[in-house]
Design a protein around this ligand. Structure first.
Ligand code: ADP
Ligand code: MG
Length: 334
């Protein structure tokens, strides 16, 4: 039923992944484009472009064309997809000039935003573009039994958004989405360091701090990390040492916002499905779920079991690709 050129794309705000049936994940790169702002020429995409963030001369800008899970800059997104699709062709050794593409859309996306995602993928030469709800893809990729009439709760913490959905029988029973994800935590850290140390640090430094010493639990074994930035008073480079307790303080409000939508979604659960949730619990996925202590903190706060997806950074891409097999049941045609 499927041609070998069927592919699944996870068009994330932080990372883009491409999955093919035979080769699995063939592309996994940051959603970043480096452009020359004078000539508008795209100089690099993906990892190469991310490495340029904050380090380039002023005529070269590294931009993230997807914000909050949707397309903020249409032309850049298309350009990035085109270049990444070329890489896919090279990697899988066959032409992907006319593939059928399944791509996921955040559940909070508007009709216009969905259309933009559809059109961007189509303009890269896809023969057919099929949109699937991202939480459904995430649940399939996290090995949940989505086609059975039991409640599966998926919490996907991405770069720009967090989406919480209760899925049963292949569809979304209820879902909530907020435009807060891992990027907001990075920003919280930047603001904290600026306020308390008069020091300006870049996005990449903030992300490293979060990954290394960030912790969702107030009570944890303290760690420290040395970072460099620019002193806002003297303008000179300066090194400081941050503690994981400080980082916890910096990010705790955003974490609380994430927790609140998990709680709200559970409150909207139809009573017949509540029993399943108490028994089966909640599954965390998305890169943001890898934050130290997050799984433990959420389970303390919601009183139902909390599990991690097997591959939090890959669930959506894997699920998008696998959904081709259960297309009829699960697809929401564009
Ligand atoms: P998207 O679907 O929006 O592309 P991803 O699911 O790829 O997002 O997750 C990206 C987010 O996960 C980023 O904010 C990144 O900083 C965060 N992240 C990745 N690894 C970790 C980690 N070990 N600890 C905390 N956050 C992480
Ligand atoms: Mg995602």
């Amino acid at each position: 039923m499927f041609s070998p050129t069927d592919i699944g794309i996870d068009l994330g705000t932080a990372n883009i992944l491409v999955y093919t049936k035979n080769k699995g994940i063939v592309i996994n790169e940051p959603s970043v484009v480096a452009v020359d702002i004078e000539t508008k020429k795209v100089l690099a995409v993906g990892t190469e472009a991310k490495n340029m963030i904050g380090k380039t001369p002023s005529n070269i800008q590294a931009v993230r064309p997807l914000k909050n899970g949707v397309i903020a800059d249409f032309d850049m997104t298309t350009e990035m997809l085109k270049l990444l699709m070329k890489k896919v062709s090279k990697k899988i050794g066959i032409s992907v000039r006319k593939p059928r593409v399944v791509v996921c859309t955040p559940s909070g996306a508007t009709a216009v935003e969905r259309r933009a995602i559809h059109d961007a993928v189509k303009s890269c030469g896809a023969k057919q573009v099929i949109l699937i709800e991202e939480p459904v893809a995430a649940a399939i990729g996290a090995d949940l039994s989505v086609s059975e009439p039991v409640a599966n709760v998926i919490v996907d913490i991405g770069g720009g958004t967090t989406e919480v959905a209760i899925i049963s029988f292949g569809g979304i029973v209820t879902s909530q989405s907020i435009r807060i994800g891992g990027d907001k935590l990075d920003d919280d850290i930047i603001q904290y360091v600026r306020k308390h140390y008069n020091l300006l640090i870049g996005e990449r430094t903030a992300e490293e701090v979060k990954k290394q010493i960030g912790n969702a639990l107030a009570d944890h074994e303290e760690q420290t990390m040395e970072i460099r930035g620019r002193n806002l008073v003297t303008g000179l480079p300066k090194t400081i040492t941050l503690t994981s307790t400080e980082i916890h303080t910096a990010i705790k409000e955003s974490l609380q916002d994430i927790l609140n939508i998990v709680k709200e979604t559970l409150e909207h659960c139809p009573p017949e499905l509540s029993g399943d949730i108490v028994e089966r619990g909640v599954v965390l996925t998305g890169g943001g779920s890898l934050l130290n202590g997050l799984q433990e903190w959420i389970s303390q706060e919601i009183d139902v079991p909390v599990h991690m997806a097997p591959n939090p950074l890959e669930s959506v891409a894997i699920g998008t690709g696998r959904s081709l097999h259960v297309m009829k049941k699960l697809m929401q045609l564009a």
